[in-house]
Design a protein around this ligand. Structure first.
Ligand code: AMP
Length: 443
């Protein structure tokens, strides 16, 4: 297998990778780094968890260090756009870690916090700027930032940018940049709309792709529980008391729903926080810190808020509500089976969510092993009208999209599946964790 030395990266970067404990490039890194080093535009289809941050950050740092130039006042040489502040912060942390021996400057800007320190950092100019599109546009409109000097643009999680309505802002931003820039475009999914945008922004891009959606679904142990909507909270609290649960991420469809679930859990004596867009930056950071350090090992999140969160050792993902889009189901369950580990994902399905379940099962091309815990009344109602769920034993192993029993062999080169263990990551066995970490999700 390739090692990092063979990819042509500068020595200070190799040293930083050694500090991180990374020995082997992940598939997206092995594919993307040489192409980006050649100066090619890149279209990368990869979910979070595949190592895609390093796939763009390493060649970007290499490029900036190889052609040193004064960081332009009010501007930057490389711009990384991210859909959420959490992801922006994490990308910035990665840039600092990988660039620690290389002496380039960087800063991160996002909404929800004071603008003044950001304006000051921009005024001096930075080599690398990580930003959310809305706040960056605010700074530009206020005359505090300009983009004419951008040599490399990275658009991360383009599908989320689109979902969150950032596309008009991004179009404005890219319109201010030189056409001679190099553009790296990453998206977990590639619906037609994203492909069109990519086509607009990229020039003769090289394409790299890892982890097709179905392979994630095949690797995670999934369970589905048919349950009345009114009984979900009680069941969730009951399941969360299982000592096998180290750290669990619970997905709710709405901010309100996330709050209600977290409140119920707390009332039941279970230490949980809710995280969503109405929470202040401080509240989010506290919730995440306590999730990380294990003080509040249950995090109830909306898809958007959970996006880009990087916490090791999520043992379980619960879907309190099924998501509006089937792709989000796959992103959610992918939060647990990371770095080649397996994971457990439990989804609740109320009678009015059966259409969503059907869409999910169509996308992942398999039936999720199901249990029926509905009340007699709900069952009778379903029998009278709606299609009946097909209860199955827990032990049943679903057939993967390729007709392969779950967990028996993975497709070659399937992104996360073939990712080496992370550097510095504690042995999961020692902590009694069954699975790796979680990241990112649907909307
Ligand atoms: P990403 O998909 O960029 O969010 O990366 C997922 C996780 O994998 C991050 O926590 C990285 O620190 C870790 N990681 C990235 N590249 C490697 C590698 N080559 N070896 C081990 N861990 C890695």
């Amino acid at each position: 297998m390739t090692d990092f030395n063979a990819l042509g990266l500068a020595e200070p970067l190799l040293r930083a990778l050694a500090d991180e404990g990374y020995t082997t490039p992940t598939p997206i890194q092995a594919q993307a780094i040489p192409l980006v080093l050649q100066g090619r535009d890149l279209l990368g289809i990869a979910q979070t968890g595949t190592g895609k941050t390093a796939a763009f950050a390493l060649p970007l740092l290499h490029h900036l260090a190889a052609r040193r130039a004064q960081a332009p006042r009010g501007g930057c040489r490389a711009l990384i756009l991210s859909p959420t502040r959490e992801l922006a912060s994490q990308i910035h942390d990665s840039i600092r870690a990988y660039g620690r021996h290389i002496g380039l400057t960087s800063t991160v800007i996002f909404g929800g916090v004071g603008a003044r320190p950001q304006i000051q950092a921009l005024a001096r100019g930075v080599d690398i700027l990580v930003a959310t599109p809305g706040r960056l546009l605010d700074h530009i409109q206020a005359g505090a930032a300009r983009l004419q000097t951008v040599e490399v643009l990275v658009l991360d999680e383009a599908d989320q940018m689109l979902d969150r309505g950032f596309w008009p802002a991004i179009r404005k931003l890219t319109g201010m940049m030189s056409k001679n820039r190099q553009t790296l475009f990453f998206s977990a999914t590639m619906p037609t709309e994203i492909a069109k945008i990519a086509n607009e922004l990229l020039q003769d891009p090289a394409k790299v792709s890892v982890t097709p959606v179905a392979s994630t679904a095949e690797r995670v142990e999934q369970r589905l529980i048919h349950i009345d909507a009114s009984r979900k909270r009680v069941l969730l609290a009951e399941m969360l008391r299982d000592p096998a649960i180290g750290r669990a991420l619970v997905f709710a469809r709405t901010k309100h729903g996330a709050d209600r679930v977290a409140k119920h859990l707390v009332a039941e004596g279970i230490n949980a926080h809710a995280i969503h867009g109405d929470r202040s930056q401080g509240q989010r950071e506290r919730a995440l810190a306590e999730f990380r350090n294990g003080r509040a090992p249950i995090l109830v999140a909306t898809d958007i808020a959970s996006r880009g969160i990087d916490v090791d050792g999520v043992t379980h993902v619960f879907q309190f509500d099924l998501p509006d889009t089937p792709e989000a189901y796959v992103h959610r369950i992918g939060r647990t089976a990371r770095a080649g580990a397996s994971g457990e994902a439990v989804a609740f399905c109320a009678p009015d969510e059966l259409a969503k379940l059907k869409a999910v099962e169509k996308l992942i091309a398999m039936r999720i092993p199901a249990e029926d815990r509905r009340s007699e009344a709900a069952r009778a109602e379903a029998a009278a009208g709606a299609p009946k769920p097909a209860p199955r034993g827990r032990g049943a192993r679903p057939q993967g999209a390729a007709g392969r029993p779950q967990g028996q062999g993975r497709p070659q080169g399937a992104g996360r599946g073939s990712m080496p263990p992370r550097g510095g990551m504690p042995e999961r066995k020692d902590r009694g964790w069954r699975n790796a970490d979680f990241r990112d999700s649907g909307r």
